[in-house]
Design a protein around this ligand. Structure first.
Ligand code: XMP
Length: 521
């Protein structure tokens, strides 16, 4: 296995929890380098080459009783490094080391619980309990009924007598709850204590990442040429600036205008990269190609797949024009790379096909350069700041690769896109004027495939309805709607209806994620 970092490394063995990525986030916040690997790929040989300084077992949906239940390799317990098991990770640890797990009949526990200390001090719990108890988030069916030899109980909750257990002599820790989620308010402290006990120095900083990433790009690419698909979003922009710093004008950016961009977006991107950064840039206006292929398409997955496929074709076309281009750079992020595994071993269910993850076909003949593959969104922003990109640009709300196509449910027409662009511009202008832009994770307008009757002046109107969307989020994985004042909503609706020809009704989407998603498609 190729080593991806010279830093101390922590291995997270993924047993399929929906929140495994959050463990990685908590650790990165502590400047600890970690990687998530599905349990099936963690073999003895893998462990030996990865050489983790500590290991975490994630939670997961399985039961240790089921045939073929996921397990870590036995050798993990002989590495001599600290191990922390979480939820299913606790159960599997107990199961492997001689404890007992019981089926959850009647004792399943989901949601908030309070843990109280037992049996004296444990370094993992330094500074953790407040007033002799601490709130945690439980989500388990089975539970440990007998701890393994060598273990001691250090915390209990009404339904989890073994909420916190440890074998201090071997540095093995196991908790029944999820310290990585928001609803375990002091969960980060547990991780902090764990990595301190494991001896991590917290040396994984953005400055270090930048230098290493540049060295890695140079080593991968040498003096060959790279093309970079620029979307105008933060991810591909940061990737482009980073790669340009590494290899200079051997990078050419291709900005594909698929006709699904926001008002003035193409001009902004060209000004920023060509004029500001002097990065060679091809502005490929392929809107006819994309909109032609999307004509009559209303199924969201067909839209996404069509756009993804055309992107690849278009890149290939421009790559062929750049003499000697051998690499394609992408702003793929860590959440795009890592998919939690399901118990059956496959990737967890696909909600949407993200077009930049769709797997570039081998036949493309270009090798990939993905310098952000190890980063979360907020880390990409930190890297952007490190590289000197303007704060206004770094703070921009995320914009999806398929662009306005997925904000236009039903069939896409040029007329609807034009209306949507104007409505979106008015809405964002309102948000900026009220100084709310930075408080909101993402805001946009969706144009609805429905016309409604209105009255303006003395006349009847029959125009499109639109929905405003604004959400708060930390990572886009969960989100809540933004609580605008009625005054703001009223003022915005009036402005959109007055200023945007083609819309006569404005609604506000107050769905959280889950059960909704952020985009409409
Ligand atoms: P959803 O709609 O799944 O979106 O709640 C979560 C976040 O991902 C963005 N998104 C995408 N980004 N390509 C991207 O680069 C895509 O195909 C794509 N689809 C959704 C979305 O805007 C939100 O920030």
């Amino acid at each position: 296995m190729q080593k991806t970092s010279s830093h101390d490394r922590l291995l997270i063995i993924d047993f399929g929890s929906q929140v495994t990525q959050l463990i990685a986030r908590r650790l990165r916040e502590l400047n600890v380098y970690c990687e998530i690997h599905p349990f099936q790929t963690v073999t003895d040989a893998f462990l030996a080459s990865f050489a983790p300084k500590a290991v975490i077992f994630s939670g997961g949906p399985a039961s240790v009783f089921t045939e073929g239940a996921p397990r870590p390799p036995k050798s993990v317990f002989d590495l001599g490094v600290p191990i922390l098991g979480i939820c299913y990770g606790q159960q599997v640890m107990m199961h492997c080391l001689g404890g007992k797990v019981e089926r959850g009949h009647g004792t399943a526990e989901f949601g908030r619980a309070f843990v109280t200390p037992k049996n004296g001090a444990l370094p993992l719990l330094d500074g953790w309990f407040t007033d002799n108890r601490e709130q945690v988030w439980m989500s388990h069916g089975d539970h440990v009924s007998e701890i393994a030899p060598g273990f001691e109980v250090y915390g209990t909750s009404p339904n989890a007598p073994f909420a916190i257990t440890a074998d201090v002599s071997r540095n093995f820790y196991a908790v029944q709850f999820h310290p990585e989620v928001h609803h375990t308010p002091k969960g980060a402290k547990l991780y902090e204590n764990f990595v301190r006990l494991a001896g991590f120095s917290g040396d994984w900083t953005m400055g270090a990442y930048r230098e290493e990433a540049i060295a890695k790009i140079r080593a991968q690419v040498g003096d060959r040429k790279v093309i970079c698909g620029l979307s105008g979003g933060v991810d591909s922009s940061v990737a482009a600036v980073l790669i340009h710093e590494a290899i200079g004008d051997n990078l050419t950016c291709v900005f594909v205008d698929h006709g699904l961009l926001r008002l003035g977006e193409a001009e902004e991107v060209v000004a920023m990269f060509r004029d500001n950064y002097n990065i060679p840039l091809i502005h490929a206006d392929e809107s006819d190609l994309f909109l032609g292929a999307l004509d009559g398409v209303s199924d969201p997955e067909v839209k996404r797949k069509t756009i993804g496929r055309l992107f690849i074709d278009v890149f290939q076309k421009y790559a062929n024009q750049i003499d000697g281009a051998e690499f394609l750079a992408q702003g793929t992020l860590y959440p795009d790379v890592i998919e939690s595994v399901s118990f059956s071993g496959g990737p967890s269910v696909t909600i949407k096909s993200h077009h930049n993850v769709g797997g570039l076909p081998e036949k493309m003949g270009l090798k990939l350069v993905e310098p952000l593959r190890e980063l979360f969104k907020d880390e990409v922003r930190a890297l952007g700041r490190e590289l000197g990109l303007p704060p206004s640009f770094i703070g921009r709300h995320p914009f999806p690769g398929p662009g306005l196509a997925i904000r236009c449910p039903g069939e896409i027409t040029r007329e609807k896109l034009e209306i949507l662009r104007h409505a979106d511009a008015v809405y964002i202008d309102q948000i900026r004027k009220h100084n709310l832009y930075d408080e909101i994770w993402q805001a946009f307008v969706a144009i609805l495939p429905v016309k409604t009757v209105g009255v303006m002046g003395d006349g009847r109107t029959y125009d499109f309805a639109c929905a405003l969307r604004a959400v708060t989020s930390v990572d886009g994985m969960t989100a809540d709607y933004y609580p605008f004042t009625h005054e703001f909503l009223g003022e915005t609706a009036t402005r959109i209806i007055n200023e945007v020809k083609g819309i006569n009704r404005v609604t506000y989407d107050i769905t959280s994620k889950p059960p909704g998603t952020i985009e409409w498609e």
